[in-house]
Design a protein around this ligand. Sequence first.
Ligand SMILES: [Zn+2]
Length: 405
Amino acid sequence: MKKIFCMIAMAATVLTAFTGCTETKKDDGKAKYIFLFIGDGMGASHVAVTESYLSYKAGKLGGEQLSFTKFPYYGNCTTHSANRMITCSSAAATAIACGIKTNNENIGVDAEGNPVSNIAEELHEMGYKVGIMTTVPINHATPAGFYAHNNSRYGYYDISCTIPETGFEFFGGSGFYNYRGSEGDKEPVDAYIESKGYEVCYGPEEFKAAADTAEHVVFIQESGRETDPEYYVSNGMETEDVRLAEMLGMSLDFLGDAEPFFIMCEGGNIDWSAHANKTMAVIDDILEFDEAIAKAVGFYNAHPDETLIIVTADHETGGVSIGEGKEWRTELVDWKLLEDHWIASGEKNVLSYEENMEMNRKALIGWTSSHHTGGPVPVYAIGKGAEKFSGRIDNAEIKGKILGE
Ligand SMILES: [Zn+2]
């Protein structure tokens, strides 16, 4: 009897081993298609302010939602850097991309200045195609954290020159800071990048012409052609430029879905509008960011078992609030005041800082800072592995969670 039991057990072991061998591929926990959206400077209150405005537009006090606040998993993410309570975008991008805390102003290096590999490089090595894109210059801190290693986020020219070394398939942005170097005496950076085998395309027409044959592209907005882009551009001001959702669509067409991919897509101008405490510009930038996320949700709906979408921020900017000073009993934020000015000024919000703040106060939108603040930022997630992003997390944990570690 004992012998028979042993034989059955052995047969079961062999059978288990056999079925194990015939499995096509072991699930390593990673999603095949990974979207990481970073709203630069987008705290929970920026999201709340935007949804409050949408609710006002719908004739309600609240309840309207952006696409990503409907995601099933929600977390709170701490953001301090290695040497500051309040992080800058480069230390935060390094934390998210490389999984380590570093000093403010460092890009892709640890606090001692040693280069550290980032998630885009590691996934690319594993066979993922990579797309890195933003509404602001492609060599700005957040995108740079996903492809460059530099002791200074301000080494813009050198950062741009590392683009072709990555081998990543798609880059997109508004332009290159220091197009001819910080002194204006270097080879134009697009010529340098093209000399290393990448196509640099200005505007969607050039992109379409190159996309069929090119293997590596850098898409730059028409307004950023062969020049240093403006420091501050709210998207309403540049009507010829493609919106972020369209740039994401270009990258999806270019990368395809035959191979796995990792996309980092940044709403970079949210931070700039928030530094300027321009409430309607923040809302406009978040709505543009949300359009891009909605596009990724469309992709997720077609590939729900293989896709992960994460939406988070690198830090909060401006300390914005619904309510200002002692006026907490008020029934309504005066959205009409803010919106009327926004429309009348041609969506340029041309007021001086003081005039703008006076208008915010009248409308009962509070701002406590014109720089970054140290509070946690929200994380929204949907798809494969999304449950790991709920609860309290730190920005240096995001990389490991995406990699299924
Ligand atoms: Zn900032």
